[in-house]
Design a protein around this ligand. Structure first.
Ligand SMILES: [Zn+2]
Length: 210
């Protein structure tokens, strides 16, 4: 089978910075072509001819969270403010890929923290979720990573993260339960130790649902 190897020069990909990227990209394309022929497809028929190229580009997009420098992302958006009530961002839509099957899992994240003199620009919280979602993930780890990161950059009195998601690897294959959702929670500081803080957080999320 003939494989077209793209060189940095003749590629018309938009980011033409690193030759490494192009080599990796063409390896992914070759692997996708291999999958197509292994499942019994004709990788050269017209509908599939550019599929390896599309899939390689898609994986770059769906895993771009690896390229984000989290500290640089939030650096200009942390403010010293004497506000010590709960800050909560609900219903943050996200799409991720499960690392076991490379199938999507997607749903909503709810993120809250209790400041200790320091707050973060509101738009950054969905960005943080996005950064961790756009990687190969397991939902439990993603939930904890979001909480840990906020704890680290804000040193708040506490952080609460709830993630609810549908996993295509459970819906389409395996147990084939399309309507089951998985809910994971990470609680830190006052969200863990103070039942009132925790129930305030969970009550807010419930209110959004109804
Ligand atoms: Zn899976």
């Amino acid at each position: 089978m003939k494989t077209t190897v793209m060189s940095p020069k003749d590629s018309h990909a938009s980011h033409k910075n690193e030759p490494d990227n192009h080599e990796a990209n063409s390896l992914v394309q070759r692997a996708v072509r291999q999958i197509l022929s292994n499942i019994g497809e004709d990788a050269n028929r017209s509908g599939l001819r550019r599929t390896p190229e599309r899939v390689a580009a898609m994986y770059n997009e769906l895993t771009r969270g690896y390229q984000v420098d989290p500290i640089a992302m939030v650096n200009d958006a942390i403010f010293e403010i004497s506000y010590d009530e709960m800050v909560l961002v609900c219903e943050i839509d996200f799409y991720s890929l499960c690392e076991h099957h490379l199938l999507p899992f997607f749903g909503k994240a709810h993120v809250a923290y209790l400041p200790r003199g320091r707050v973060i620009g509101l738009s950054k919280i969905p960005r943080i979720v996005e950064m961790y979602a756009r990687r190969l993930q397991v939902q439990e780890r993603m939930t904890v990573q979001i909480a840990d990161f906020l704890q680290e950059v804000l040193d708040p009195q506490g952080v609460g993260v709830v993630v609810e998601a549908t996993h295509m690897c459970m819906a389409m294959r395996g147990v084939e339960k399309p309507n089951s959702r998985m809910i994971t929670t990470a609680l830190k500081g006052r969200f863990k130790s103070d039942p009132r803080t925790r129930s305030e957080f969970l009550a807010h999320i419930d209110r959004q649902r109804s």
